[in-house]
Structure formats: C-alpha cells, structure tokens
Design a protein around this ligand. Sequence first.
Ligand code: AQP
Length: 332
Amino acid sequence: MLDEKKVSFSGVQPSGNLTLGNYLGAIRNFPEFSEKYKCFYCVVDEHAVTVRQDPAELRRRTYETLAVYIACGLDPEKNTLYIQSHVPAHAELAWILDCYTMFGELSRMTQFKDKSAKHADNINAGLFTYPVLMAADILLYQSDVVPIGVDQKQHVELARNIADRFNQQFPGTFTVPEPVIPHTGSRIMSLQDPLKKMSKSDENENAVVRILDDRDAVIRKFRRAVTDSGSEIRASVDKPGITNLITIYSCVTGRSQADIEREFDGRGYGEFKQAVGEACADLLAPVQARYRELLADKAYLESVMKNGAGEAAYYARKTLSKVRRKIGFVNL
Ligand code: AQP
C-alpha cells in the first residue's frame, strides 16, 4: 500500500484501435476505483512492441489511447495516467523479476501460445517474457487490485506467484495483487467468430466494434454479426453468437439476461441486432465527442503524460530501490 490508500493498477496496449471488448472488460471499469484507490493507469507501449508495429502508428495510438482513457472518465487530477516507456523502472524491475520466473511457467501462458501461433514468423523473446514485464508493471506500485478482462487473469496469477516467490526470500517486498474481473463483459467475443475473443488486432473489421467507430459503422457491424441457427433470443452454450450479443446488450443497458430474453421473446434476430447496435452507439457517442476535443489538444495530452510519468516514477523508484537493496545491488 502506498500512502494510506490501496492501489489499483491497469494498462492497455496501444497495439490497435481500442475495441468494445477493451472498453467493457476493462477501461469502463477504471473510473470507479478512483475515489477509493490510488490509481495508476498506463498506456503499455513496451508491451505493444512484442509484435511488429508501424512506428508512426504506434506513436499516434499512444496519444489516442491516453485520450480514450480521459474521455472514458479518468480524471488526470485523480488518477496517475502515463506512458509505460516514460518510466524506465518498469523495464528495470522486469529484468530482476525475469530471474525469479521459471521458463516452464512462461511456457504455459495461453496468450503466448495464441500469439506465437498468430505471429509464427516473429516469436521473439519479448513475446515470451511479456507476462514478467506485466508483473513488474503491477508490483512496482505495490498494487492491491488489477482491473482486467478475463484474458489477463492468468498473467495476474503469474504476477502473484512471482511476488510470493520473491517475498519468501525477501519478506515484505511486494503487495500480492488481486485481479478484479467484471461479472458481465469480462470476455466480449468476435462478432464474426463468437468462439474467439474480440481483439483490436483482428484483421476482419466486421468482427470488431471499435470505441471510435461512428454510429453507422457500429450499427452495421452488429447487423452483420454472425448468429446461430434458430431464431430464439436466448443465451446458451449452443448459441455463442446470440449469447455474446445478449452479454453486450446487458453490459450496455445494465439489464439482466432474463429481462432481455423476456423483452425480445418472439422477436427476430434482425430486430435484436439493431437494438444492440443502437444501444452501443448511444453509449459510445459521448466518449467519442470528448475524445475528439482531447485529441485536438496535443499539448494538454503531453502535459498529462509528463505529470503522470513524474508521479509514477516517484512511486516506482521507491519499490525499485527497495528491491535493489534486498537483492544486494549497490545503491549510490
Ligand atoms: N474481448 C475482450 N473482452 C473483455 N475484455 C477484454 N480485454 C481485451 N479484450 C477483451 C481487456 O482489455 C484490457 C487491455 O487489453 P490489452 O490492450 O492489454 O491487450 P489484450 O488483452 O491482448 O487485448 P486485445 O484487444 O486482444 O489486443 P491485441 O489484439 O493487441 O492482442 C485487458 O484488461 C484485457 O483483459
């Protein structure tokens, strides 16, 4: 714990235009922690380069991701918002934690298996050790909670194991973090293949609703969403497409699954998809309006980055010098 408040940490990669999955599974939930917790929300550009990025696009998306954070309700006065590569302590601690992480543990990470299958021509060491950098991100701030979508749960569990292992040898070094996963929306699925997670790097644009898609695009993508055989609006394992749409509608409207099934009883898929599309477009419209204002003010975004990096570095240094001292490095 830093100061008297508990700590919340999370991050998003600027590896593509952010999706409804990133929003419902993670970003939308960040602001609720701001009152009770000391919050660090980071744009994790170092994670993004584990797959090849176009440099100009990476730079642009880093600004855009920060603007999305603020547009989604994260007040820079109440939250530390910053860019990961602006705080070198992340990479420094990651190196030390690499030496406390087993090869076998990293080999079991499902995201590594998925991403190495997807990028078979570039299975680099960074892709393999990505979860250690994520552990460093979290442990550096003595984080108590980590709000994430369910796909990141395995990585937070690894961070817990690394913290436990380190604490066994050097008691009291790290707070052991807890993942916080939303009840609904923790795994939004692709609109074209509902057995696959909605991902910002998906090449099929119809599979992904972007936070910044305009109203027509959002509605069109939902209209084209793959649904299942039959015509009933009911969530079940043999109806992954309609179940995903019910989950999204439930997240967006705050209504229960049963309530939604009742409302659309006897009505067709077409009508339901239109309703989901409209509800999503309504939800995203104010975020997009605020985003556009923010993006037009690059100087403001840079001032947020600078302040955030300064504040994050202050807390990060405290943990890093404790770790260095404990393992026997000379601190000057
Ligand atoms: N489909 C999803 N449903 C719910 N939550 C999701 N998250 C990602 N996709 C979904 C959550 O968003 C946060 C930020 O994710 P990330 O940027 O760290 O990377 P990711 O998990 O690898 O997300 P993507 O969109 O799939 O990125 P790419 O395509 O670059 O790999 C995390 O909390 C994540 O759980």
